[in-house]
Design a binder for this molecule. Structure first.
Ligand SMILES: [Zn+2]
Ligand SMILES: [Zn+2]
Length: 293
């Protein structure tokens, strides 16, 4: 079983009020790429206009399968029944996943990395041809990035889903968009209670903190640091660890998940609401974790 051994909290913010250092503002602008989060939750689902009957039935089947935690076999068998009843060729699981991903604009990308898992070729490493990673004054790793040939192929890649596109998809949906505003509603309620408490008794109210949005740390973010001024600002807990996926050999995968603290606590830890943002193949564990994140 994987054990969480690296955990911390960080924030991704929409607000323009906060005084970020320029480097952080630039990074934010680059990551958002012109995206503006809707100010109010959308009142309805935006209907995709150009779906065929086949695609609609396949997607409905896929949603039912996903919600019932079906197996791959279950997807295939139910698809056969549906196929006979509707005279439509239901899409394969692979094809329907691709379709759903492209409709929601949530598609995984592959990023080159060092075969020894030192670094991912991002940021300053983007254009390098070999791994520059050094450990405490020793010589650089030097592993080549590509397999030589007329058409260079990367030797190792990791899978990455831009979590921003997942958040954007959630804000485009009526239900999840409202759920993401839980953090701000709870925070505002808590601040009101604290204000009332200190007026009536003259001493700081002894609130019983029960969750992140009502906690003193989050109150500090909001009041003293100027963070989370917008109800849509997202707080998440980041957790990463190696996970051994096969019993047979030592082959660790490094997985990074995000837990959305904006969601109500009873929904936050459901596996459907936890964002698996990247998987780094082993066998070694990553060295320069920043280049992967
Ligand atoms: Zn390396
Ligand atoms: Zn290394």
């Amino acid at each position: 079983m994987p054990q969480a051994n690296t955990e911390n909290q960080t924030s991704f913010s929409n607000s323009t009020v906060a005084n970020y250092p320029p480097i952080q503002r630039d990074l934010q602008a680059k990551l958002l790429d012109g995206y503006k989060c809707p100010v109010v939750p959308p009142s309805s689902f935006s209907e995709p206009s150009s779906l065929t009957d086949l695609e609609i039935h396949s997607l409905k089947h896929y949603i039912a399968w996903k919600k019932s935690n079906g197996t791959v076999k279950a997807y295939e068998l139910h698809a056969q029944v549906l196929q006979q009843a509707s005279q439509l060729d239901i899409l394969s699981l692979y094809a329907v996943c691709k379709l759903a991903g492209s409709l929601a604009k949530v598609e995984p990308v592959k990023i080159d990395m060092c075969p020894r898992s030192c670094i991912a070729y991002t940021g300053d490493f983007k254009d390098l041809k070999s791994c520059p990673h050094t450990i405490k004054g020793r010589i650089a790793c030097g592993e080549k990035r590509y397999i030589a040939g007329s058409k260079p192929k990367p030797r190792a890649q990791m899978l990455y889903v831009y979590f921003i596109s997942i958040i954007q998809a959630m804000f485009a949906n009526k239900q999840s968009s409202q759920l993401l505003r839980y953090r701000d509603r709870y925070l505002q309620e808590t601040l009101k209670l604290l204000a009332v408490g200190s007026q009536s008794s003259g001493v700081q109210a002894q609130a019983r903190y029960s969750d992140f949005p009502s906690g003193s740390v989050h109150e500090h973010h909001y009041k003293n640091m100027g963070l989370f001024q917008d109800e849509r600002d997202i707080a998440f807990a980041l957790s990463t660890d190696g996970a051994q996926l096969t019993m047979k050999k030592q082959s660790d995968n490094w997985i990074l998940i995000l837990i959305l603290l904006n969601l109500p606590p009873e929904l936050r830890y459901h596996s459907n609401n936890i964002i698996l943002t990247m998987a780094i193949p082993g066998p070694q564990s990553p060295e320069n974790i920043e280049s992967f994140v």
